[in-house]
Design a protein around this ligand. Structure first.
Ligand SMILES: [Zn+2]
Length: 94
């Protein structure tokens, strides 16, 4: 798993904690083209503050995942690693 370069993004509001994110980074097994690859509609977004998972809409905003999408996110190793990393960082701050 690799972490792509951070890209500025218009404000995304987290449905988990209500905080606002202003950037995104791709997490994938192959992010060599990450600097030019924008997030796509339907991709999962993991909040850097609380680890909640959202889904990107076609207009670039975020929405809560459907039940099916929750199960897809739970089965996606990259999403689970991102959630684990956020939780680890938050525990380290305490
Ligand atoms: Zn959050």
């Amino acid at each position: 798993m690799k972490l792509g370069r951070k890209q500025r993004w218009f404000p995304l509001h987290c449905y988990g904690c209500g905080d606002t994110m202003d950037g995104v980074s791709q997490i994938d097994s192959d992010v060599d083209d990450a600097p030019t690859k924008a997030p796509q509609p339907g991709c999962f977004i993991v909040c850097i503050y609380c680890g909640a998972v959202s889904v990107m809409n076609a207009d670039g905003s975020a929405r809560p995942p459907s039940v099916v999408e929750v199960m897809e996110a739970a089965a996606d190793p990259a999403v689970q690693r991102a959630i684990w990393s956020v939780n680890y960082l938050n525990r380290s701050k305490q």
